[in-house]
Design a protein around this ligand. Structure first.
Ligand code: C5P
Length: 215
């Protein structure tokens, strides 16, 4: 994999979870480790691309040569992506973005009271970053991910169409969070194709080769 199949291309990757505050010390997040997104950013850079990685909170090291921008909330991830997107050739949305934010987050730490009342959190839907980018008039080549717990083959193709993107990657099996291996299925307008069990870094390289062929 030393052919620079993405030489001269700019690639933007989102990775990791988002963190939606409830108060200054608490929040809502998910189990994404960021490993798949970081592996993809690394593989894109190895393939010669200029890579920007917009990352939620993770414990991972920035891949060599990759420009990383840290964010916390889905709204921040959205704003960074939108402000960079016009220069990008490829957008790969790997982040597990929180679907909802807490609109009545507290400025001060929430306190227990003697009555035992629980806080009443109110939620509002976050922007769908991928769908918004895919709807831009001068959009980059967009790639999405899907982590379904059932009916992946049906839901995967439906999601690809609903988001309006040429390529969607499904995680086969839903216990991939935090692991170093994965098994994927690619959906495009011609159908679907499996990438069998392999390391996330190996799968990332295969995915980058698939993307490069489609540019
Ligand atoms: O709709 P769903 O969350 O299942 O779609 C997953 C895909 O959409 C992933 O590629 C994810 O990064 C992206 N996404 C996004 N912004 C959201 C929700 C999902 O970019 N608010």
């Amino acid at each position: 994999f030393h052919r620079k199949v993405l030489a001269g291309k700019r690639v933007l990757v989102t990775a990791g979870p988002t963190f939606e505050p409830i108060d200054p010390v608490r929040g809502i997040t998910n189990l994404s480790s960021g490993k798949m997104g970081y592996a993809i950013a690394r593989a894109a850079r190895e393939a010669g691309a200029e890579v920007t990685l917009v990352s939620g909170p993770t414990a991972l090291t920035t891949p060599y040569g990759v420009h990383r921008i840290n964010v916390q909330t889905a709204q921040q991830m959205h704003d960074v992506v939108i402000s960079h997107i016009r220069d990008e050739d490829v957008f790969i949305a790997v982040a597990a973005v929180a679907d909802w934010k807490v609109v009545n987050a507290s400025e001060q730490k929430l306190k227990k009271n003697t009555e035992g009342d629980a806080p009443q959190l109110q939620f509002e839907q976050n922007p769908d970053i991928l769908a918004e980018v895919a709807a831009l008039p001068h959009k980059p080549f967009c790639v999405g991910f899907a982590a379904e717990s059932e009916n992946l083959l049906q839901y995967g193709e439906e999601k690809r169409r609903k988001k309006g993107i040429p390529l969607l990657v499904g995680n086969i099996g839903h216990q991939t969070f935090g692991k170093d291996d994965n098994e994927l299925v690619l959906f495009d307008e011609r159908g679907h194709r499996r990438l069998p069990l392999a390391s996330k870094q190996n799968l990332a390289r295969q995915l980058i080769a698939e993307i490069a062929e489609r540019l």
